[in-house]
Design a protein around this ligand. Structure first.
Ligand code: FAD
Length: 515
């Protein structure tokens, strides 16, 4: 019989989830409110060390595979995507480290999100991600936040973002030059083709380390005696008293016992499906909850670089990667409204064709991400009757591509061919549209707004309009239609919320001291 865990009776801040955005709250509060007592609850197990570390940092392949499987919750035994053929097979498959959402992913007559997925482990998807951290541009930006650039700067600090991780890639500059010649005209410097900012750092021996939520939490959190992380702990309810946050109900999955932890602030960073699910289960149901759900439709293609020969520079093996062409970026603009990644095969999150053994790195994958035409009707709904395998309200997804979405898809496919030709010779027959939900970048379901007009769930500090003291975190908070990878932005929004909570704790502390 596993030992009973001792959850605290009372904390200042309860954090639900342990992915990048939850980790950002823990870090900022540890830095700015070190006296605050913080408890973080994560439904999944600890799969890496320090907790939340990227699974790529697990040296042994078998151990890494075990950590991925332990992150796959109820989907651990399901087959996974391991090759381009599997990805294009039309089967519903998840990527290693993730599992497909349960429930009704596609309502008959709609497009649905057949391969929407999630992870259940300390670190969340942030222990499995690719670390691409582009900044939003043009219409992707949240115009009502004056400090957006400053919080994005701080998010880069927490995530350890580097622009030089692949600077030695022999084909990197060829790709940047060729793509730049095709698209740079008229763009400001920061939106020109460039190396992708990545949440990656090099160790003394030259090996690359991908930032997981362990990096975001940092020593400031780990050495904070007032911070505790509880894994295998499912938060089943956010508790409120007189309409404001009063704590959480948590089920210890090791002993199947239920506990109450009082808290002045509750932060829910439980992903874009399970954050609104938990609010729903808690009776916090603003009109916009679960609505404006959006995923970035993805088109993939590949190209063989023209006029390149085997690099004279020896392969540099870094974190299991042979650095050849690196990860390059064509930023989103309103004129060319796609976020485009051009990556060497082994760093691509979706399988692309095998590399050329004679000229390694000469075959590159192009990933085009599209911004959704946002719709109130695209939503995740929750049942008051049926439950998922965690016992939480069952999910139903309503999701359709609009006419505009279809037009943009056609444009993206044409642009993929143009860009593949700009760098070399197209390698695939035709650009492939991935099954909906493939991007793993689900947004909007607890979106931020600058006024409580029924189209948003939280205010500009991420505090739920009708539930003071309850904060939401994650890509679900992003209100705009972004095409770029969203984690940098959602970590930035979490930083903004965490600073606000720290200031409120300080105000309350001084009020108590002065009374
Ligand atoms: P998550 O990381 O999803 O974490 C949420 C956590 O909450 C989970 O651990 C979950 O178990 C926990 N939880 C849920 N419900 C409860 C509950 N009731 N009680 C307790 N715990 C709960 N993004 C990018 O920006 N760039 C990339 O290059 C990129 N590449 C990716 C590649 C892959 C293979 C994957 C899997 C993802 C990628 N992503 C990328 C997406 C990125 O990982 C997510 O945007 C990010 O992890 C979201 O952070 P989060 O804090 O909102 O939630």
């Amino acid at each position: 019989m596993p030992a009973q865990r001792h959850y605290p009776q009372r904390v200042d801040v309860a954090i639900v989830g342990s992915g990048p955005t939850a980790a950002a709250y823990a870090r900022i509060l540890s830095e700015s409110a070190p006296e605050a007592r913080i408890a973080m609850f994560e439904v999944g197990p600890t799969v890496s060390s320090p907790p939340g570390a990227h699974v790529k940092s697990i040296p042994e392949g078998a151990d890494r595979a075990r950590a991925q499987r332990a992150s796959e919750g109820p989907g651990a035994d399901a087959p996974k995507i391991t090759s381009p053929a599997a990805m294009k097979s039309g089967k519903r498959l998840a990527r290693p480290g993730t599992f497909l959402i349960e429930g009704e992913h596609t309502v008959p007559g709609e497009d649905g999100l057949p391969v929407a997925a999630m992870s259940s482990n300390v670190g969340g998807m942030g222990a499995h991600w690719t670390g691409a951290c582009p900044r939003p541009g043009d219409s992707e930006r949240i115009t009502f936040l004056d400090d957006l650039d400053e919080i994005l700067d701080d998010a880069e600090r927490l995530l350890g973002v580097s622009r030089t991780a692949f600077e030695n890639a022999p084909f990197g500059s060829v790709i940047v030059e060729r793509l730049g010649a095709a698209v740079n005209a008229g763009r400001p410097p920061e939106r020109r083709v460039q190396a992708m900012p990545l949440a990656v750092h090099r160790q003394g021996d030259g090996s690359l380390v991908w930032s997981g939520p362990d990096v975001i939490m940092g020593e400031a959190t780990r050495s904070n005696p007032n911070f505790e992380l509880f894994d295998e702990s499912l938060v089943t309810k956010v508790l409120t008293a007189d309409g404001r946050a009063s704590g959480v109900e948590v089920r210890d999955l090791r002993t199947d016992s239920t506990h109450t932890v009082d808290a002045r602030f509750v932060i829910v960073g439980a992903d874009a499906f399970r954050t609104p699910q938990l609010l729903w289960a808690s009776g916090i149901r603003p009109d916009a909850l679960g609505r404006y759900l959006n995923d970035q439709t993805q088109v993939v293609f590949s190209s063989r670089l023209r006029d390149v020969s085997a690099p004279v520079v020896a392969d540099e093996t870094a974190g299991g990667l042979k650095v050849q062409s690196g990860v390059n970026w064509v930023p989103f603009t309103d004129a060319l409204p796609f976020h485009i990644q051009v990556m060497q095969p082994d760093s691509s999150p979706v399988p692309v064709p095998e590399d050329d053994p004679l000229v390694p790195g000469s075959i590159v994958g192009l990933g085009m991400f599209l911004a959704k035409d946002l719709q109130h009707e695209d939503r995740v709904e929750f049942s008051d009757v049926d439950v998922d395998s965690y016992g939480m309200p069952a999910i139903r997804v309503h999701y359709r591509l609009t006419e505009r979405d279809h037009e943009m898809l056609e444009r993206a496919r044409a642009a993929a061919i143009e860009l593949a030709e700009a760098v070399g010779e197209p390698f695939d027959d035709t650009p492939f549209t991935l099954p909906l939900g493939s991007s793993l970048h689900y947004q909007g379901t607890t979106r931020m707004g600058d006024q409580d007009d029924g189209t948003s769930v939280c205010d500009t500090h991420s505090e739920v309009w009708d539930a003071p003291g309850v904060f939401v975190a994650g890509n679900n908070v992003i209100p705009t239609a972004t095409a770029c990878n969203p984690t940098l932005t959602s970590v930035a929004l979490a930083i903004r919320g965490a600073r606000h909570v720290a200031a409120r704790l300080a105000d309350a502390g001084s009020a108590v001291r002065n009374s």
